[in-house]
Design a protein around this ligand. Sequence first.
Ligand SMILES: [Zn+2]
Length: 230
Amino acid sequence: MPTCINKKLEIAIDIGHSPAHPGAISARGITEYNYNQTIAYLLQQRLLHLGFSNAFIISERNAEMPLHARASLANAKRAALLISIHHDSVQPHYLSTWEYEGQTYRFSDRYQGYSLFISEKNPEYNRSLEFAHLLGEELRSLDFIPTLHHAEPIAGENRPLIDENKGIHRFDDLIMLKDTKMPALLIECGVIVNRQEEELLASKLYQQNLVTALEHAIVRFAEVKPAVTP
Ligand SMILES: [Zn+2]
């Protein structure tokens, strides 16, 4: 029996941060917001192309939208899944400086890799976890490796690790995860303060692979499970 995919699902894509508050700054001075936008739009295009006509970007027209308003909008639109796109940094004490094209930037080559976060305060925690497992599997099958530095027992980290192999953590108080009513996940696509990993994250091929993993996980999440007959 062919698998049935529910392509009507409203997939909410959140671009982490905003032009005025752009998040982390990469080892070459590029904002996290810039990287987040690239992946978010690639993902939306891919989903629309696949027939997920209700895939939408939450803060497209109002990039300065506060987090609470973003969560409310996703709730009002009855999104079936929310994915918040981010790129990662490290704690400030790990950063050093280097010169790149005549400018001084901060970097740390200590950690690299992706990480996934879900919140136990999300009312759909179990389905958030289900999606995190699907995405972790797809990322691992495309050779992406998780960083585990957010689980370090130091101030600012200490995120409980749910699945080490798939890089799934709990981060209960993230607004986009706890104030949303649908399954929700935040992905740190990679560490942009790492000089080598930034080069990968900036490459079109690597970006396409990341989006492929997201796409495959979303398609599997949208599979309509056949009703169990007694
Ligand atoms: Zn971020």
